[in-house]
Structure formats: C-alpha cells, structure tokens
Design a protein around this ligand. Structure first.
Ligand code: EPZ
Length: 419
C-alpha cells in the first residue's frame, strides 16, 4: 500500500484493537530459520513490508516459503550460500541478521551494508566484533561485509554498547559454534528472549536470554519447529498513545502488559487512566494531562521506538515536558514536522523540550517509521482541517492494517494519491 495518509482529526478513538506479532522479532526469527535443516513454521507474523522483503530474500537464497493465513513455513533444506551485495538486503536494516544466520549455517556470508530507517548513522561494529571473537574473518568489500570462518569457536564477548542487533546476531552464529559463548552486557529486550526461545526449540542450548549475560553452548545441527511470535509492544504502545492523545477509550488486545510497563507508568503519571488485564490494556483518555519528563533507555526502560509517538502526546499536556533519548544521539527528525503542525518543541542535544498546545493541520512527511507514527498520532488530535502525511512507505514497514485499524476505532483517515 502506498499513497499519502489523510486524517481529519479531533475524533476520540474508541473500541478494540488486536495487536499483531512483533516486527522486530519477526525480522530476526525469519533469518534464524536458515540455521535449521528442516522446516520452521512461524505463527502470528505481522503482514508488513519488512516481512515481505525477508520472504523474497530467503526465496532468493533457495528456501521454500509458503503462507497459511498469518503463519509462514520456511523450508531451508535446499538453501545455498550466495553473496547478497545488493537488492533486497539494502531495503531493510535487519538484513544484518543474515550475517549471523548464514555464518552459522554455511561458515560464510557476503551481505551488502543494510538500509532501513536511517534517522542517524547506526554502526554495526559490535556485530563484527562478535563474529571476529567467534573466529571469523571480516572484511568490507565495496560496501559489502564479507565474513568467513573455517570453524566457529565459542568465546567470551563483552558488548561495548548494549545492542539488540549485535546480541541476536551473535546468538545466531554462536548456536552453531564449537564450545561455549558468553555474551556479557547483552541487550534484554523481549525480542531477544523470543529469538532464544525459537533457537532452543530448534535444538540450540541458550540460557540467560533477557538478562545481561547469555550463555550459548554450540550444537552440531538444528531442526525445524513451530513457534508463535510475541505481540508487538511498539505497535501496542503506539495505539495506547493514540488513544490517550485523542482522549479516547481503547482496549489494546493481545499484548504482554509487562512489556509496556515503562509506558504505562508514564501515561498514568500524566493522568491517563489505564486498566491492565492478563493479555490486554484499556486506555481511557482524560480532558487534561500533566507534563512529564521521559527518558528513553534500553529495556526495561522507556522504549526509544515510542519516543517519537510520545512527543506527539506530550504536545497535549499542560506546561513543559522534557523527553530525552539515551539510545540514539539524534532521533528527532519528527520534530520539524510536528513544528509545521504548530507544536512548540525545541531540540537541545539529546532532549526535546515540548510545550503543550493545540496542533493544526498541515502537509508533513514521515522520514522514518516511528517519526511516521508520531505524525499520524498528531494528525488524529488536530481539531480542524485535514493533515496530509507523505513518506508512508516507512509507516507501512511497521504498522499492519493501519488505515482499517484506525477507521475501526472511529478515526477519519483515508489514503490519498501521492503527487
Ligand atoms: C533495534 O535496532 C530495533 N530494530 C530498533 O527498532 C530499535 O530502535 C533499537 O533496537 C533499539 O531498541 C530491530 O530490532 C530490527 P541497537 P538495532 O543495536 O538492533 C548503537 C524501529 O523503529 N550501536 O540496539 O539496530 C546504535 O547506533 C527500529 O522499530 C553501536 O554503536 O539497535 C544505537 O545508538 C528502529 N554499534 C544503540 O547502539 C553497534 O554495533 C542501540 O542500537 C550496534 C549498535
């Protein structure tokens, strides 16, 4: 789906939204299947463009991929190791997981440097440090990373930066290394536990995922299995924020409330009413909100991926809020667009200083996925006129069925033709 998003805001969102499987798990679980010798079935996959691109990549590598509703069957038995310097790998950042998965299965990988949401330079030095520690030789050949190892050996790897991608990539390769790998200062995001759960079902021996030390005992072979993906906490959080921003009343269903604790606490601090159930969260918006300070940190802190959506909500609070991002240096490309909509926001170093006020309709552009989320949330709050959002290809990378979902909640949103 392409075309600009058109939103006539000012309507409270009301109803129930069911959250799909997590994008950031899916883009790691699909390449993880490369390590198996028989078919892996992934249930609860989101139908988003990143998943479609990964399906094409695996097919190019010789896997047989079939769908049954939201389940993907990947038969990796006839896969071959072929260099992938260009093409689809450039379209998504998470193509870097091909490095760890192909290294584990074939002992080699040549992968073009990944594309995706480029809101700031995002190095992969910790991934490379991990592969080298496992005994691989890594070189950069004309913009492609070439990795080779005669034999992968377990090692102790201390990550200088807490990185989700490096933690998962090292787990993938180390699952097939000889001996034991310890990842110290590992990332603790729920998606890491999800990948470890799949790998263990495939025969890997991984302990400690979700803590800062992960122990991986390498195995000689891995088999297929069936795995259901965790719900997308960022998609869920975005709808929670949208419900609060429009002063609506929304039941966000199929979530793991614990994954959203940092957001829930901040929303409550602002004055939003939240009711947690086993697998759902009800968000009841209020006429007025207090300003709050938010610090985006690694998990279990407030998610950086909800920082941009939260910026839009904070424009609806009384007084001045300060929102800081300690994961990325400069993830504020949404701010100039929100300013076009009348927001009073100044970026100072790693922080955005946000003064509450009413937003107005404008023509704005999404420059990355979560910047896009901040814009559709802002558009939903605008009391008069029509907000037009271009750059929607970024938004569809992470939000399955966005337009029908929001319409189902009572939003007046439609797709217009891009000029
Ligand atoms: C994952 O990216 C997510 N993407 C991102 O989600 C998310 O913003 C990020 O984790 C942080 O939570 C996927 O899972 C596909 P990192 P990742 O390595 O793994 C620095 C979204 O909107 N760093 O944890 O690539 C890096 O620059 C997206 O859904 C190094 O310096 O992020 C950043 O400042 C966007 N060297 C910080 O660490 C490295 O080798 C955290 O990055 C790796 C990372």
């Amino acid at each position: 789906m392409t075309g600009k998003l058109m939103i006539a805001g000012g309507r409270p969102l009301r109803g129930t939204i069911t959250i799909s499987g997590a994008k950031n798990s899916a883009v790691a679980l699909i390449p993880a299947a490369i390590l198996a010798e028989t078919s892996v079935v992934l249930d609860n996959l989101p139908r988003i463009s990143d998943v479609g691109i990964y399906e094409e990549i695996l097919t190019e590598l010789g896997a047989v991929v079939t769908w049954d509703e939201d389940s993907m069957r990947i038969d990796p038995s006839s896969m071959k190791s072929i260099p992938m310097p260009n093409g689809n790998v450039k379209k998504l950042r998470a193509s870097y997981y091909l490095m760890g998965a192909m290294l584990g299965r074939f002992g080699e990988a040549t992968i073009g440097l990944p594309g995706g949401c480029n809101f700031e330079p995002r190095p992969i030095d910790q991934h490379i440090k991990g592969f080298e520690a496992l005994g691989a030789e890594v070189s950069n050949e004309g913009g492609s990373i070439r990795i080779r190892a005669r034999e992968l050996r377990g090692a102790k790897i201390y990550l200088d930066v807490v990185s989700v991608g490096a933690t998962i990539n090292i787990m993938l390769a180390a699952s097939r290394a000889k001996g034991i790998t310890l990842i110290e200062n590992a990332a603790k995001e729920p998606e890491i536990i999800d990948v470890a759960t799949l790998l263990n079902s495939m025969g890997a021996k991984i302990k400690g995922a979700g803590t800062e030390t992960i122990r991986i005992e390498g195995v000689d072979s891995m088999r297929g299995c069936r795995h259901s993906i965790i719900p997308d906490r960022i998609q869920a959080g975005s709808y929670m924020i949208a419900a609060a921003a429009t002063r609506g009343d929304v039941l966000v269903d199929n979530v793991i409330p614990k994954h959203l604790e940092a957001l829930t606490a901040k929303l409550q601090e602002m004055g939003v009413h939240i009711y947690e159930m086993d697998e759902a969260i009800r968000v009841v918006g209020q006429p007025e909100y207090e300003s709050v300070d938010v610090k985006a940190l690694v998990y279990p802190g407030f998610a950086t991926d909800l920082q941009s959506p939260m910026t839009s909500l904070l424009t609806q609070a009384k007084g001045v809020s300060i929102l800081s991002d300690f994961v990325y240096n400069n993830r504020f490309k949404h701010v100039p667009e929100l300013v076009r909509m009348g927001a009073k926001i100044k970026v100072e170093g790693r922080s955005a200083v946000i003064e509450g006020g009413v937003l107005n309709a404008a023509k704005v552009k999404a420059t990355d996925l979560r910047a896009g989320a901040s814009l559709f949330i802002a558009g939903l709050t605008v009391p008069e006129g029509v907000t037009e959002i271009t750059g929607t290809e970024y938004i569809y990378r992470g939000y399955e069925n966005l337009v029908p979902n929001l319409r189902g909640l009572g939003a007046e949103i439609w797709v217009g033709e891009e000029e």
